[in-house]
Design a protein around this ligand. Structure first.
Ligand SMILES: *Cc1c(COP(=O)(O)O)cnc(C)c1O
Length: 398
């Protein structure tokens, strides 16, 4: 079948919840994707910040194949070696003490929300505790994760949300203070807001929220699903601030393509929150998923990914400077490491479509921002190539 026939078929069979780009990908290699007609694309999306190690990584693929032949799944009623190893490695790189494996980012957020409520309940025996989340945040599409997502359009048709969620502004500490009551159990935000427009938390905001949480025994919960796993030049983006959250979520690049997530916490929270019977998952932490996590963490360390990201991220930033200077409709660019955005004063959808036809895969963040979330193994030459194509696409849409 040709590409258009597959697309027509998909549009008849799949629930129409996405306006997909008109391409059917077949395979990938390194930082390139290939469609079913053989055309090559330079990929600056990596499956939305997932394929950090690039496509068709042999060491990663071999580890998965080996695990498939051994054992895929047993459930959480039993121990398995890949989960034990993955948890130990994840604790080492995060400095957290307790790990719960999930199947997705949203599910990790669900676990964090339950952790916060249970921690507060354990303390005072009451319910109706409140969580403060941020405007323009994105935490996932399940009901709990949606309830803390600061995008009214995503929430509106699905009201009522879970209750007792209040919203403040990222980087406006007073707006957080204004929402704090003696019922506040957690303050939740993305260390760098992804979908909402690539806004990093400021150093000052982070320090003040941390101090407030310490003072009032409120849990600081950071969503590192997109900005974590090396993308911002540290294993987790909060490590740039010299603070530590009480609870955190990871997913996306954690499995580099195998659907996994995790929420993690300090020993103090672990000892006073979820206990047997409170939470569970059938698939979460299965041997196959954990073999992926384990290998990903090994390869990150072997390849010194975080140092590479710092270097190439800085280079990407410099190159985006050039485009920002060159085009009037480009207002600015911002971001950290290999989570960057080019902010335009008009919708970028058509520019992204042009880029795709030119063999460059890009994605937006909101209507007006082109987002760059490439595989973390991209090189400066790949950045040059991307900028060259993007430059042409921007010129075509002046
Ligand atoms: C993608 C994302 C999620 C949701 O993850 P899913 O795996 O899609 O459920 C949550 N938080 C952030 C910051 C994300 O970028």
């Amino acid at each position: 079948m040709m590409m258009q026939e597959y697309i027509n078929q998909a549009e008849q069979d799949l629930l129409h919840t996405y306006n997909r780009y008109p391409v059917v990908f077949d395979h990938g290699d390194g930082v390139h994707l290939y469609d079913i007609e053989g055309k090559e694309y330079l990929d600056f999306v990596s499956g939305i910040a997932v394929f950090a190690l690039g496509y068709n990584n042999k060491a990663y693929n071999d580890a998965l194949k080996e695990q498939i032949d051994k054992l895929l799944h047993t459930s959480n009623y039993y121990y398995n070696v890949p989960a034990i190893e993955a948890a130990r490695k994840l604790k080492k790189v995060s400095g957290m003490d307790r790990v719960f494996f999930t199947n997705s980012g949203a599910e990790a957020l669900e676990g964090m929300i339950k952790t916060a409520r249970k921690y507060a309940f354990t303390k005072d025996g009451t319910t109706d505790h409140e969580i403060i989340a941020m405007e323009h945040s994105f935490h996932g599409r399940t009901m709990g994760a949606l309830s803390v997502t600061g995008n009214p359009a995503y929430r509106a048709p699905f009201e009522p949300m879970i209750g007792n969620v209040k919203f403040a502004q990222l980087n406006d500490f007073d707006s957080v203070l204004a929402q704090v009551t003696d019922k506040t159990c957690a303050i939740l935000f993305e260390t760098v807001q992804g979908e909402g427009g690539i806004y990093p938390a400021t150093e000052e905001f982070m320090q003040k929220v941390r101090a407030l949480c310490d003072e009032k025994d409120i849990l600081l919960m950071l969503d590192e699903v997109q900005c974590g796993m090396g993308r911002c030049g540290e294993m987790f983006a909060w490590q740039r601030y010299g603070i530590k959250p009480d609870v955190m979520a990871s997913a996306k690049a954690l499995g580099c393509g195998v659907p996994v997530g995790a929420f993690m916490m300090t020993e103090k929270v672990g000892q006073a929150s979820l206990v047997p019977g409170d939470h569970g998952t059938t698939y979460g932490g299965n041997p196959f998923a954990c073999a992926a996590i384990s290998k990903v963490l090994d390869l990150f360390e072997e390849q010194n990914i975080t140092e590479h990201v710092k270097e190439v991220g800085a280079y990407l930033s410099e190159q985006l400077d050039v485009l920002t200077e060159k085009y009037d409709f480009v207002e600015t660019h911002r971001g950290v490491g290999l989570l960057q955005g080019l902010v335009c004063n008009k919708p970028v959808g058509d520019m992204i479509k042009t880029a795709l036809s030119e063999g460059l895969v890009l994605i937006n963040a909101g209507a007006n921002i082109i987002r760059f979330v490439p595989p973390l193994v991209i090189t400066k030459q790949d950045v040059d190539k991307m900028i060259e194509i993007l430059d042409r696409c921007l010129a075509a849409h002046c």
